[in-house]
Design a protein around this ligand. Structure first.
Ligand code: SF4
Ligand code: SF4
Length: 236
């Protein structure tokens, strides 16, 4: 048994996700990610259960494990009680822990998720927080989005939201006590230390690539991981 397989086995998601795969492909048939990406949960399950460290390392360093949408449809159909989505969760965690995620294009995007969704949940209690969005990163939204961004309180008032105010309602201000509890959860579950690792491994990668790296969502490295697409991800 390989060392990486041993490490994966320490993760309860992995133990729950992989019983014994017979390679039937039912998960692939139901998987929405397999419909669009160069991705196949059957291959994932059969590869991991070989316990071959070399192949597992390849998964940890590649794009493959980042295509899954974690919808867990595979859990409902597998005739052997496996859940490729859970195997993926464990592989992603290990990839972040060991810093292997920076070796793939999709993996490097972990920094973008951490600095946007991760930060917004911690600071505001929302995974998407309009005032923090950099509109330059969303040219697909067009000029209307830029105008909306400049007039957020007015727009949300017109939509009946309670934007950044006390009391109930959409986009209400989340009380500090709730944010403190949220931070505690991130702390005790190890999510905060995982965040630090994502930052540190990304900083090292930026240095290796000779790119400027700083906090926020506008540095050269951030823009690189946010916008680069080698067009090799889609189903062929
Ligand atoms: S994980 Fe389950 S559904 Fe998927 S190939 Fe293996 S046995 Fe079949
Ligand atoms: S959890 Fe992932 S692997 Fe499973 S069906 Fe959903 S996208 Fe596919």
């Amino acid at each position: 048994m390989g060392q990486l397989y041993d490490k994966l086995s320490e993760d309860v998601r992995f133990r729950e996700g992989l019983k014994a795969c017979i390679g039937c492909g039912t998960c692939t048939a139901i998987c929405p990610a397999a419909e669009f990406y160069d991705y196949d949960p059957r291959i994932l399950a059969t590869t991991v259960q070989t316990k071959n460290d070399e192949q597992i390392e390849e998964l940890l360093k590649g794009d493959f494990i980042w295509y899954c949408g974690e919808c867990m449809s595979c859990k409902t159909r597998c005739p052997r009680g496996n859940t490729p989505g859970l195997i993926i969760s464990a592989l992603r965690g290990l990839s972040q822990e060991l810093g292997y995620f920076v070796e793939s294009e999709k993996g490097r995007q972990q920094l973008a998720i951490k600095r946007t969704v991760g930060k917004w949940i911690l600071n505001h209690g929302y995974c998407l927080y309009p005032s923090e969005i950099n509109v330059q990163n969303h040219p697909e939204q067009g000029p209307v989005w830029e105008w909306m961004h400049q007039h957020l309180p007015e727009v949300f008032d017109r939509l009946g939201a309670n934007y950044q105010k006390d009391g109930p309602g959409i986009f209400r201000k989340v009380p500090q006590q709730a944010l403190d509890e949220l931070k505690k959860i991130f702390e005790v579950t190890g999510a905060l230390s995982r965040f630090e690792k994502i930052e540190e491994f990304s900083r090292q990668k930026a240095e290796e690539m000779g790119m400027q790296f700083d906090e926020g969502i506008e540095s050269e490295y951030f823009n690189h991981i946010y916008t680069t697409n080698n067009n090799q991800h889609n189903k062929k």
